[in-house]
Write a protein that binds this ligand. Sequence first.
Ligand SMILES: [Zn+2]
Length: 182
Amino acid sequence: MYGGLFLTLQELEQSIGGLIRILRERRIALKVITGYGFDNEHNFLTDICGKHYGFSVRQNKAAFNSIEYKRLTSKFGHPTLSSYYEISVWNETGTASIFTDEWCGSWNNGVPNNIIEKIEEVMQLYREGKIHCSDCQIVTPIDDYKRHYFAGRYCNNCWSGSTGTYKNIGGWCEIERKENYE
Ligand SMILES: [Zn+2]
């Protein structure tokens, strides 16, 4: 038995047209976000040593008075906040998350300078063989990360549940154990 996707030629043409439109919109958005005026369809960063990193920027919204809304309000001190931007950076293969941060403000101003400076720092760390724990943000040598959950890399303490988001309830180890990867 084969798994597959069956499309008529017309459907295929429409699908490709949709994909092309999305890629075009993304290319134009990247010019605004990065402030880089030239056309560039490659969605990656390159550091001074020529090492590549994948990245994405997305707009999120938090429903009024949701837990996420309250977290963002306490982080940014903005009582009417309802949308914000999130930027993530991965290693060159996209298999390890090395940075995620968020900001609120105008899309047209691009990524804030303080976040760009942080990204430069994580690139420097990555060149030295170190990354932040995806939960508690402690800096640890990459070789010390024995386990991971998708692209997230967690220190031993957050993995076992003695620190981090899932402290005392099994840690990321328990989250990974329940995952069926479907
Ligand atoms: Zn940690």
